[in-house]
Ligand binder design. Structure first.
Ligand SMILES: Cc1cc2nc3c(=O)[nH]c(=O)nc-3n(C[C@H](O)[C@H](O)[C@H](O)COP(=O)(O)O)c2cc1C
Length: 358
């Protein structure tokens, strides 16, 4: 029995946010046992110009305030995304707002971008620059808008400007279901206006001599075919660095039957999201003809799941909910299993398997 399996019943007796807070604190203090680093040229990938030692990343929402950077890479991740951070600090929605569904290995959350704001976040990215090499790795910043913002595009522009010098990449989160109106930014005209503002900001940063950073857009798995087609077209036109597919779903895939909390409001993540988010990924791989880097997120709990995302079109993957049910050990299990699956099927590296099922 792994260390995590032993402590899980204790953690699950605690309210989810309290348990999460303890885990963040343990990571910050360097109390979590370090994992072996899986090194293989087969697992190495180039994601939008960034070299990842392996394709398995930490999804946004786990470390909203970039607090764990000194130690998180010791858990085996090939890359890490912090945030969502908003320009101003905000407390988020009333509690309870995170619910576990253990039988489904799922989570429903309606946090609403609780975070300490941009100033604290950037301070930690600056501290990271002085950290030892072992703590270095690709770190992305996921940005959002404040709940009370009257200028959503302005919030994203501010985020890009502020973070450009410090983040390895930036994710524009327009798909969390818990901030009213946020997902509307995925609509054709609004998305076009947002992407134009972001591109102008990026050009401004480049003119100042700041190194170019990939910009990813994080999408919902709940888009209809028309929306998917128009987003793909815009992403190609505006040459976005990548599409992250997907955030949590507001649907409740009924294959899993009735569970406690099933009909609670919020975004559903974990195993019941796997099939929907992988289908959405596949659709985007076809629509973008493999010309844009895609990142597969949603329901990954095993090497087979990660492999399915890659075969559906993902260059790299991310996970969150599986950490709650399996602990950090899942990261190395996925990498080792993925290595075996790629070798079994005759692929020399991850890239050769990208999109073969799409
Ligand atoms: C508690 C919780 C908080 C999250 N917060 C964020 C967030 O702040 N920003 C974001 O882009 N995604 C957030 N997500 C979504 C995850 O990044 C991911 O897209 C989603 O959970 C699907 O992956 P999973 O099934 O591996 O968890 C959150 C997910 C959970 C469970």
């Amino acid at each position: 029995m792994s260390f995590y399996q032993r402590i899980r019943p204790l953690l699950f007796r605690l309210e989810p946010e309290l348990a999460h807070g303890l885990l963040i604190r343990a990571l910050k203090m360097g109390l979590m046992p370090a994992m072996r680093q899986i090194n293989s040229p087969v697992l190495r990938v180039n994601l939008a110009g960034m070299m990842l030692p392996n394709p398995v990343g930490l999804a946004a929402g786990f470390d909203k305030n970039a607090e764990t950077l000194a130690h998180i890479f010791k858990q085996g991740f090939g890359w890490v995304e912090c945030g969502t951070v908003t320009p101003k600090p905000q407390i988020g929605n009333p509690k309870p707002r995170v619910l576990r569904l253990p039988e489904q290995e799922a989570i429903i959350n309606r946090l609403g971008f609780n975070n300490e704001g941009m100033v604290a976040f950037i301070g930690r990215l600056i501290e990271r620059q002085a950290m030892p090499k072992r703590a270095q790795g690709i770190v992305g910043s996921n940005i959002g808008k404040n709940k009370d913002s009257i200028d959503p595009n302005g919030d994203y522009v501010l985020g890009v400007k502020a973070l450009y010098p410090y983040a390895d990449y930036i994710t524009i989160n327009i798909s969390s279901p818990n901030t009213q109106g946020l997902r509307d930014l995925q609509h054709d005209e609004q998305l076009h206006a947002l992407l134009v503002s972001i591109e102008q900001t990026r050009q401004m940063m480049l003119a100042k001599g700041i190194e170019s950073r990939p910009i990813f857009i994080k999408l919902a798995p709940d888009l209809d075919n028309e929306q998917k087609a128009s987003i793909a077209k815009l992403a190609l036109e505006m040459k976005v660095g990548g599409l992250m597919i997907s955030n949590t779903t507001i649907t409740r895939p009924d294959v899993y039957g009735l569970a406690d909390h099933w009909m609670q409001s919020g975004g559903l993540s974990g195993k019941p999201l796997m099939s929907l988010s992988t289908q959405t990924l596949k659709d985007f791989y076809r629509l973008t003809e493999g010309k844009i880097a895609l990142i597969g997120v949603g329901g990954i709990a095993s090497a087979e799941d990660a492999y399915a995302k890659i075969r559906a079109g993902a260059t790299a993957v991310q996970l969150y909910s599986a950490l709650v049910y399996q602990g950090f050990g899942v990261v190395n299990r996925i990498n080792i299993g993925l290595l075996q699956l790629l070798i079994r099927d005759g692929y020399a590296n991850v890239i050769q398997a990208v999109g073969v099922d799409a």
